[in-house]
Design a protein. Sequence first.
Length: 167
Amino acid sequence: MKKLSHILLLLIFAGLLTSAGVHKYYVAVFQMDHKPEKKTLQITGRIFIDDLEKTLNAKYGKTFYLATEKELPETTNTVKQYLLDKITVKVNGKSAPVTFLAKEVDDDILVCYLTVPAPKKVSSIEVRNTVLQEMFREQQNMINTKVNNERKSLLLTHDTPSGTVTF
């Protein structure tokens, strides 16, 4: 009887593990680091390539072939425009322009580098980030900030696309 209960428990556990693989999580992570000596917020975004490609393909009506040999020449500019449309930042209550710097591939992640001008003293950062949310309602954008060695985070969703951290 004990052996039968162990086998049953193992089968239930195995079933749970296999069903967990069916559910996909939609998460992008954005790290914002204040660099007072440069008067900037440096932003590094990590976005799953397949999710971004599906979103861009649907939005712009063409296949971009992200991170492949067939990637279209205009892909970098399209990614840039997409991110600049989806991310806004206010520093100390004032709108700050977001600048796209570059992108690179890290396995199945597209790493994007952006910057925002910021004064030497930052007391608040307000972020609106709707990246991928038009395609995936479940999309969550995690915003991790670091200002004066103090770390704070925001979890932005379709229902709560913006938030503020204060320092």
